[in-house]
Write a protein that binds this ligand. Structure first.
Ligand SMILES: C=C(O[C@@H]1C=C(C(=O)O)C=C[C@H]1O)C(=O)O
Length: 362
């Protein structure tokens, strides 16, 4: 029987081996960086990372290993992030401040060691990418309960920035305050969506009729609540911890399976993988004619292209009424059957990105 000391000696020996292997991996990564830097190739290749995770998951399963997919992902996403930093350090702009769900989403892909820029609006994230002050941007695009984030869609419509990856994160809200009694709370701060996601909780606790103050982010709400003991915030658990506001209630969201879809923005096109999704904007030329959208969608149907989302938005241009459509479908823009459909509608379609589809779609 192995003693605790025996086990720890074994662990130390294995850790030494793992460190050697990781350093060996980093040498290869350095060479990949040289190749990419010489050719101007993109450092971040989400489709390659996804393929690695899938291969390792299958291997672990086949060998009866203790690590499941989430565990493999948790370990390897950090290894990938360190690797990318070695190839070429790149800045990541996100909708801040620190402690937002977007920050959490950004860290889950770019790891603890990357250089982050926290910005106070989605608009600033787009501007920072357009001016090349950051290589990547992370913004929310949709929530399973509250729907689309209009600002992100409107900016995608105007900007040259592309979607290069997506990820889904479960959202849990906390009700945090420095007050000791709920009756002492005179106002609540949150992001507009935060109030929307917790209506039942607010009503059950008679908090509907006190002042609700929408601010840019749930983290900002936590900061404001930290400064006023007669206020509260609806925010993430991390924001409450970061800004030291005690939690009165946890998991106050109406639907506990609420999740938010985030997109990673950048300036390059991914290679084709087996699990791609493409986002486009469509402005139909004959939009006033009944059936023009139906005809457009029939072209997709004929090529067996499945849509995962369609959302209409007012066009907001000067020409009066008009709509455009935001559409997500499965496949990559460079696949021939997709080219065939899109080439028929060249003038009407703006490509927003093709990327590996995230897990746990809304
Ligand atoms: C090493 C590469 O660059 C990045 C890092 C990866 C890794 O650490 O395995 C995988 C894909 C890229 O995001 C590569 O493209 O192979």
């Amino acid at each position: 029987m192995k003693t605790l000391d025996d086990c720890r000696r074994s662990i130390d020996a294995i850790d030494n081996e793992m460190l050697e292997l990781l350093n060996k991996r980093m040498k290869v990564v350095e060479r990949v960086g040289e190749i990419k830097n010489a050719s101007g190739g993109a450092i971040y290749r989400p489709e390659r990372e996804k393929a690695i995770i899938e291969r390792l998951e299958a291997q672990s399963k086949a060998n009866g290993g203790a690590l499941n997919k989430s565990a493999i992902e948790a370990i390897f996403l950090e290894i990938f992030a360190v690797s990318r930093n070695l190839e070429r350090p790149e800045k990541i702009a996100y909708l801040g401040p620190e402690g937002t769900f977007t920050h959490q989403a950004a860290e889950s892909r770019f790891g603890a060691m990357s250089d982050y820029i926290s910005l106070s609006s989605i608009h600033s994230v787009f501007k920072t990418l357009e001016s090349k002050r950051a290589k990547f941007g992370v913004v929310p695009i949709e929530n399973s309960k509250d729907g689309i984030v209009g600002e992100t869609l409107d900016l995608l419509a105007k900007s040259s920035v592309k979607i290069v990856a997506e990820l889904y994160m479960p959202i849990h809200m906390s009700f945090v305050t420095k007050a000791t009694k709920i009756e002492d709370i005179k106002k609540i701060y949150s992001k507009d969506k935060g109030f929307g996601q917790c209506r039942e909780f607010l009503s059950e606790h008679n908090l509907i009729n006190i002042e609700h103050i929408p601010v840019e982010s749930t983290a900002k709400a936590a900061i404001l609540a930290s400064e006023d003991p007669n206020s509260a915030a609806i925010c993430s658990h991390i924001a409450a911890k970061l800004y030291k506001v005690p939690t009165m209630f946890e998991n106050i969201e109406d639907e506990h399976d609420s999740s938010t879809r985030f997109v990673i923005l950048s300036d390059f096109k991914n290679g084709i993988s087996e699990h791609d999704k493409t986002s486009i904007l469509v402005k139909l030329e004959d939009a006033k004619e009944a059936g023009s959208l139906v005809h457009f969608l029939q072209d997709f149907d004929e090529e067996n292209i499945n849509l995962s989302k369609i959302e209409s938005r007012p066009s907001k241009d000067q020409s009066g009424f008009g709509y455009w459509f935001y559409i997500d479908f499965y496949g990559h823009i460079d696949e021939p059957h997709i080219q065939k459909v899109l080439s028929k509608h060249d003038a009407e379609v703006t490509w927003l990105g093709s990327y590996v589809k995230g897990e746990d779609e809304l």
